[in-house]
Design a protein. Structure first.
Length: 209
């Protein structure tokens, strides 16, 4: 299972900035799953397409980027969120309906016992039911383990609002878990490594948000 808040080293970024295909591939390997989880959980109707647009933006501007792997992660989420907002506005102008939440849930669920279900992806299906801003706050603050000030910068809101949205989101998710026994059992059985979401944040205390 890919850690939900893994980051690359500065040396990888430096080599990617110099045009190394191997380093660029490492950026994609580490951050693409994080982008897709964030976009799908926050209601993107075309997560793969939006993620592709994010990488095009990165390719055009990476030579100007300065920072470490965590800074790159924040930059990617900022671009992804803005691209998602742009897509939602385009959809509204065309009067298209977003993909129903149930279809998002199917991305991480299966009745085939031969297919291994990632506990984190199964937990994240619950996040899709939250209002968009709550889902964004929970994904960034809890799943991807970003600091409050970083989440505030990405979402362009105050740190206080981040804390409120995260607390309310976790409260709603814990209530949902009580009514969704299979998902709740999977969450409680899932590994705590790689994400604070299973068993630790949703089923536990919302202190220190």
């Amino acid at each position: 299972m890919e850690a939900t808040h893994a980051v690359v080293g500065r040396d990888v970024i430096d080599r990617a900035r110099d045009g190394s295909r191997a380093a660029l591939g490492e950026l994609w390997r580490v951050y693409q799953p994080q982008l897709l989880r964030f976009l799908r959980a926050t209601g993107a109707s075309a997560a793969d397409d939006i993620a592709s647009e994010v990488w095009l933006d990165v390719g055009r501007a990476l030579h100007r980027f300065e920072g470490d792997g965590r800074a790159l992660q924040r930059w990617l989420f900022t671009i992804a969120r803005r691209r998602n907002i742009d897509e939602a506005r385009r959809r509204a102008r065309r009067k298209e309906s977003p993909v129903p939440i149930d279809e998002h849930r199917q991305l991480a669920s299966t009745d085939d016992p031969s297919i291994e279900v990632d506990p984190i992806d199964s937990a994240i299906t619950l996040v899709t039911a939250l209002p968009t801003q709550m889902a964004e706050a929970v994904m960034l603050r809890i799943v991807h383990d970003l600091a409050v000030e970083d989440v505030a910068a990405i979402m362009e809101i105050s740190e206080g609002n981040v804390r409120v949205l995260t607390h309310r989101g976790l409260t709603k998710l814990r209530a949902q878990m009580r009514h969704d026994r299979p998902a709740s059992e999977l969450l409680m059985a899932g590994p705590a490594t790689g994400s604070r979401l299973p068993a630790m944040a949703l089923a536990g205390s919302a202190r220190n948000l």
